[in-house]
Design a protein around this ligand. Structure first.
Ligand code: GLN
Length: 226
């Protein structure tokens, strides 16, 4: 919806895919929490409305915003040229790279994407990890909707590696020390919040909230007094 529709409705509806810690994940009380969720809460607070979080497969987020089922995509989504053809993105709010995760203590410890040739690799459907792996021939790719399922597949030795965003890989490895990050692939990605095209007022509002988050308390004082 537009800025005024959201205010009238009294609720901001965001879409996300919560197997992406620490950006969005389901905590032990069954709540969706994380870095992105705190940004979403901030936007809702600034709008003076409630926040509703819709849990969707990652590759359904863009269709959902295009059909007005959600107002914003806040899902650690990388700003790409392809996606920017169909939706708008906020200013970037996080830098990211891809990484390869394997079972710890085994001989297979790839240091590049090319070392995945001939191997079985799990990714999340429709992600940039899916794209970088799909670019290379002769990798056997299994595409999952949930990263939790991709890691289960790695644990059960039905795949040899999982390719995903580094910060998220680190979060999984911290929680499950039986895995390790074997290398980071410098893809130079930036996350943005997805907004429907032509929804300019909402986009500008979101950009203002993000740029305010970047300001230190000192910057805020300077802006107030000078
Ligand atoms: N940053 C990656 C992408 O945009 C992965 C996002 C995710 O899985 N939530 O494709």
């Amino acid at each position: 919806g537009t800025l005024s529709e959201i205010k009238e409705r009294g609720k901001l509806i965001i879409g996300t895919e919560p197997t992406f810690p620490p950006f969005e994940y389901v905590d032990k009380d069954n709540n969706i929490v994380g870095f992105d969720i705190d940004i979403a809460k901030k936007i809702a607070e600034e709008l003076g409305v409630e926040l509703e979080i819709v849990n969707l497969p990652f590759d359904s987020l863009i269709p959902a915003i295009m059909s007005d089922k959600i107002d914003l995509i806040i899902a650690g989504m990388t700003i790409t040229k392809e996606r920017a053809k169909v939706i708008d993105f906020s200013i970037p709010y996080f830098n990211a790279n891809q990484s390869i995760v394997v079972r710890k203590g085994e001989s297979f410890s790839p240091k590049s994407l090319n070392e995945l040739v001939g191997k079985r690799v799990a990714v999340q459907l429709g992600t940039t990890g899916d794209l970088v792996v799909s670019d290379i021939k002769r990798i056997k790719i299994t595409r999952f909707q949930k990263f939790t399922d991709a890691f289960l597949e790695l644990q059960n030795k039905r795949v040899d590696a999982v390719v995903l965003d580094e910060a998220v890989a680190r979060a999984y490895v911290k929680k499950f020390p039986k895995f390790e990050v074997s290398t980071v692939i410098d893809t130079g990605e930036k996350y943005g919040i997805g907004v429907k095209k032509e929804n300019t007022e909402l986009l500008e509002f979101v950009n203002k909230v993000i740029s305010n988050l970047f300001k230190s308390p000192y910057d805020v004082l300077v802006e107030k007094w000078f």
